[in-house]
Design a protein around this ligand. Structure first.
Ligand SMILES: [Zn+2]
Length: 243
């Protein structure tokens, strides 16, 4: 998600980034390349430029989490401030990595020294947003943009809510990955279900947050549009609606 506002561009997540094709072994790793065969030739920095902007116009980046398919493009915007949940940075810093962590967090992607701006969940008594707690405004950014903790997939996973002036958008990152999961009767293809299970770090929190997201859609459908990082159906619906 790219947000244009008076002080510059704000990007939410960055994909694999340009270095994924330059140094795939470090950046992505052969294991994941073989398993998922990701499309690497439309890096987000090029997409920003194709819209007529310079990549240096991106002053702020909010990351839903630091998995390699979301953080790989940070290096293409080295001057940007990167807004991240503290628990996610802690998870990246915790060594040694086991096999699963080696697949999801790639130290090479942080080698340029991102300018982190961090958030935690202390003294969160009144920071509620549609039933979600510890919701934060972001340092130096407009109040229409909120960080919404949605842990489970990773320890510091968040969503990003945006008040467009004509309803809210909630980018839910990888809090879920298939549109059917937010239906009244949730459904999901078996393969996606197995994948989700294999990448949970806090399963009960992931399940609880999906229930909150389902409640949000059921009760506030006309006010909030929720979407996730990896659902092609949601992507096509949003593209058709041109929000
Ligand atoms: Zn992802």
């Amino acid at each position: 998600m790219l947000i244009e506002h008076a002080a510059g561009l704000i990007l939410v997540d960055t994909g694999y980034g340009e270095q994924a094709t330059v140094r795939p072994d470090d950046w992505v790793g052969q294991d994941l390349l073989r398993r998922t065969n990701p499309v690497l030739d439309h890096p987000i920095a090029k997409q920003v430029e194709a819209l007529g902007f310079s990549r240096t116009d991106v002053r702020d980046i909010i990351v839903t989490h630091l998995d390699l398919d979301h953080a790989g493009g940070l290096a293409d915007f080295p001057e940007a401030t990167v807004h991240v949940h503290q628990a996610e940075l802690d998870a990246v810093a915790r060594q040694p990595y086991d096999r699963r962590q080696r697949m999801r967090y790639r130290p090479a992607q942080f080698g340029h020294g991102p300018k982190w701006s961090t958030y935690d969940e202390s003294d969160s008594s009144d920071d509620h947003w549609f039933g979600f707690q510890a919701v934060r405004q972001l340092h130096g950014l407009p109040p229409e943009i909120l960080m919404v903790p949605l842990a489970g997939h990773t320890p510091g996973h968040v969503g990003v809510a945006l008040d467009t002036g004509d309803g809210w958008l909630l980018h839910a990152g990888d809090a879920y990955s298939y549109h059917g999961q937010l239906a009244d009767k949730p459904s999901m293809p078996l393969g996606a279900r197995v994948f989700q299970w294999s990448v949970d770090t806090q399963r009960q929190r992931r399940i609880d947050n999906q229930r909150r997201l389902r409640d949000l859609v059921r009760d506030h459908r006309s006010m909030v549009t929720v979407f996730s990082s990896h659902c092609a159906t949601e992507f096509e619906q949003l593209r058709a609606a041109r929000p």
